[in-house]
Design a protein around this ligand. Structure first.
Ligand code: HPA
Length: 268
């Protein structure tokens, strides 16, 4: 499946893309300053699932960011859409096979920490996988990467340091979070939030982790940003909606875009 998708996409890639960028909920318009070369709807790409979530575009874009060849996924696939974990991460394997070495992930996430308000941008330092699934489960083939991938540094320390330096230069506040991945699609109960807080977690979301596991299996360096779209504290719990999540993500997008461009520029 990976090789067929790669065969299809290769002619669209004028240069080998070094960076892969995945844009999450409400962040689909993030990349101002991207020189777009080709836009390929997911449904045209062999074996790619369909994006079924509102506020998610379903397009793969080839182009240049700060002069660097990039592959951009406008919209991702989620486990809660009903796709198997190893299918939602197929695009990560495809990006790797096309040459991507540095994967920059974005998502919308909820804060469960008092001093992390909605509207914040955070870089993910580490995670706990509470999705109840793992994209690496299945028959093994060396083509997939390591059978037992190491997770001592899933999110590159060097890339995180670069992100902090760029944020300082831009006068942007950048938090660091421990991210818990849940399957969704429901938002959390007060009891679940309390549990996550006791686990030491700062943020919660329904994506990113499957992509990180696959990327690390393949040896890619990962940098992941969360747009903090809501804050849920058990004592003062208010209803949240997907619409609100998407609205706040869109407000955060321009700042996050500046930061990602600065990171790519610094690394190039
Ligand atoms: N919980 C889970 N996923 C999310 C949230 C949340 O509060 N906000 C955005 N994605």
């Amino acid at each position: 499946m990976v090789l067929q998708a790669v065969d299809f996409l290769k002619p669209f890639c004028q240069d080998t893309p070094r960076y892969g960028l995945v844009l999450g909920t409400g962040l689909g318009n993030l990349i101002s300053g991207l020189e777009v070369q080709e836009t390929i709807p997911y449904e045209k790409i062999p074996y790619f699932p369909r994006s079924t979530v509102s506020f998610h575009k379903g397009e793969l874009i080839t182009g240049r960011l700060e002069g660097e060849p990039v592959l951009v996924m406008q919209g991702r696939f989620h486990y809660y859409e009903g796709y198997a974990a190893n299918l939602i991460t197929l695009p990560i394997r495809v990006m790797h096979a096309l040459g991507v070495e540095i994967l920059i992930l974005t998502n919308a996430a909820g804060s469960i920490r008092e001093d992390l308000p909605p509207g914040s941008i955070a870089v993910i330092r580490d995670h706990i996988n509470l999705m109840g699934t793992n994209p690496l489960v299945g028959p093994y083939d060396p083509f997939l990467g390591e059978r037992f991938p190491d997770m001592s540094e899933p999110y590159s320390r060097k890339l995180r340091q670069t992100a902090h330096r760029c944020a300082d230069d831009l006068n942007l506040e950048l938090a660091e979070v421990l991210y818990s991945a849940v399957s969704g699609p429901n938002f959390e109960t007060a009891a679940e939030i309390r549990m996550l807080q006791r686990f030491g977690m700062d943020a919660v979301g329904m994506s990113v982790v499957p992509e990180v596991l696959v990327a690390r299996q393949l040896g890619m360096a990962v940098l992941a940003f969360s747009a903090i779209t809501d804050q849920t504290l058990p004592e003062t719990m208010q209803p949240i909606s997907h619409k609100q999540v998407a609205r706040v993500a869109r407000e955060i997008a321009p700042r996050l875009c500046d930061l990602i461009r600065a990171v790519v520029k610094t690394l190039s």
